[in-house]
Design a protein around this ligand. Structure first.
Ligand code: DAH
Length: 347
């Protein structure tokens, strides 16, 4: 092969390389021109066919051409990689000075907040917290509380009985914890509250089959109705404010004698009378009374020596009064527009 042919080879190689504009094209050009079946290797093999005195210069020229092609491809490759990198850097640029996206922060449900506040106030007054099971015996839920099987009060509390477990039910109120706590402490004096979930078989616009109560109980020697009234008034004033209007109204519960209900001035109308208080200016917050001798005996106390008072309140109702909520269903529907209004107002 003569020097002029090497020059022709060089020209067509450079023309082909100029057409390789991406990394794939460059790789293809490298295989085509420098590969074992490419023209350069071919030409090197055919050196043996030329005149001996030309072999050396031809070999030199072909090696130079090979190096030149390799250098051109390498250079082109490096430039393409650099371009791709600066494109990526421009596209993926990160502005570290942008403000962060705030994360939504959760918070306690108003029902839980109300419960925590009620428990807090009652603990300050001197009660400690007791617990009882939600699956309760029929005896503790009813009989021990002076509600025998034929008592009409049973009809006021439509009950979930556990069909596979006779004698057990979902407690209809927190009052059975009274008897449990008494059995634990008798004959010593005691002051306990029990917050918890209770169940009744009604479900309509104003009733939920699951709701929450707090039970309170104080037993000891010489406890009278004046202790009950002073405790409830102190409790209500700490909860609703010192100037809240209060009223203790005679009532009936099978497990207390005498019994009374505590009413607070309606916060929705200021006492003028409205839909919420049904025109009375007052809203009932809790039931209470002096513990019935039958219940004291069930708890292991001698009614001739010890007396006590008890009270029970609904947490939903108290939360509604406390926060000015006029529809109980709002507490169960998980509507964030409603719930988020209470964030940051924890006690
Ligand atoms: N257990 C009653 C109810 O669920 C509430 C109650 C009333 C509890 C009077 C008491 C009480 O301890 O003395 O309706």
């Amino acid at each position: 092969m003569a020097g002029s042919s090497v020059e022709e080879l060089r020209e067509s190689a450079l023309a082909a390389l100029a057409a390789a504009t991406d990394l794939e094209g460059i790789q293809a050009a490298r295989t085509a021109w420098l590969g074992r079946k490419g023209p350069i290797v071919d030409a090197l093999r055919s050196i043996k066919d030329v005149a001996p005195e030309e072999r050396r210069s031809l070999g030199l020229a072909l090696n130079q051409l090979r190096d030149e092609i390799e250098a051109t491809l390498g250079e082109r490759e490096r430039r393409l990689e650099e371009e791709a990198m600066s494109l990526r850097l421009a596209q993926e640029r990160l502005d570290v000075t942008l403000p962060g996206r705030p994360r939504a922060v959760g918070g306690p449900h108003p029902l839980r907040m109300a419960e925590a506040e009620l428990v807090h106030v009652l603990r300050e007054i001197g009660f400690s917290v007791a617990q009882g099971p939600e699956v309760e015996s029929e005896h503790l839920n009813f009989e021990a509380l002076n509600i025998p099987a034929d008592h009409p009060a049973r009809e006021m509390q439509d009950t979930f009985y556990l069909s596979d477990l006779p004698g057990l039910l979902l407690r209809t109120h927190t009052s059975p914890v009274q008897v449990r706590a008494m059995r634990e402490h008798a004959p010593n004096p005691l002051r306990v509250i029990c917050p918890g979930r209770v169940y009744r078989r009604d479900d309509d616009v104003t009733h939920s089959p699951v709701f929450h109560q707090i039970e309170g109980l104080a037993v000891g020697e010489g406890i009278g109705m004046h202790h009950l009234k002073a405790t409830l008034y102190e409790f209500a004033r700490r909860l609703f404010g010192a100037d809240v209007r209060l009223r203790l109204r005679p009532s009936y519960f099978p497990f207390t004698e005498p019994s009374a209900e505590l009413d607070v001035g309606c916060p929705f109308c200021g006492g003028k009378g409205c839909r919420v208080c049904k025109g009375t200016g007052f809203i009932e917050v809790l039931g209470s009374g002096m513990v019935h001798p039958h219940v004291l005996r069930e708890g292991g106390y001698d009614p001739a020596r010890c007396t006590g008072f008890a009270f029970g309140l609904g947490i939903e109702r108290t939360a509604m009064l406390h926060y000015g909520i006029d529809d109980v269903r709002l507490l169960y529907t998980s509507d964030l527009r409603f719930l988020s209004q209470f964030q940051g107002s924890e006690a």
